[in-house]
Design a protein around this ligand. Sequence first.
Ligand code: PAF
Length: 274
Amino acid sequence: MQARSDLIRHYGKRIAFVPTMGFLHEGHLSLMEEGRKLGDELVVSIFVNPAQFGPGEDLEAYPRAFERDCELSKKKGANIIFAPDTTELYGREFQTYITLEKLPNHLCGISRPVHFRGVATVVTKLFNIVRPHVAIFGKKDYQQVLVIRQMVNDLNFDIEIVGAPIIREADGLAMSSRNSYLTPEQRTSALSLYQSLEKAQTLVESGITDAAKIAGAVSEFVTSHPETVIDYIAICDSETLADMQTIDRPALMALAVKIGKTRLIDNKILSPPH
Ligand code: PAF
């Protein structure tokens, strides 16, 4: 992969990169479309990264569909699909990890303590192997985009990071590979994440700017649906992820909810009332 990238760079071409864990959906495909616009060659990686799963999480169960993923990526214009296996990527005695000091102390980082260390480490490795000019990440994983931007800045990677919009099903459910775990009843409950974000915006527009009140209303709404357990509901600064008390400027509202055994996330930037 490094040799291929060197050759592409030698010819003065721009490499766009979309890292994925496979089981591709429209969200991933939209990142590839963006990648095609931003680079001459599009590299897509498919790698279910063990380092970003904690004990008891769904590493083994994580859905996989390699052949289908390759077909879809090629159709979307991927020139190279990079799909290493775990030993190839991590070797036998891997011991160097990338950790961030602040951003992982919020939102998903609290209930998934090793997650962002795993993400930052694998993305660093993939960047060093793929050597892209630009990499595209979906904003459904909003905190992940911030973590990667911060890391790229801190460690002087010469790579542009692009955050692409969340892609939703027709009824609003954010696309996720993990949606495939849901039963039809659970899928109805899962829709409460998106609906609650929309409700939050309506409340803000009606003049309620107290973050605790809004979070309370959202919590009540989500838990009125079967099989829902809230991991977190946060209203916070969209750059630092520090909690906000009043929505007097655009704020990130992010939530993680377990529907049965499936943990889903979603987010929205809430605009203050005019
Ligand atoms: O967003 C994902 O699918 C993963 O976290 C990533 C960026 C491919 C790293 O494994």
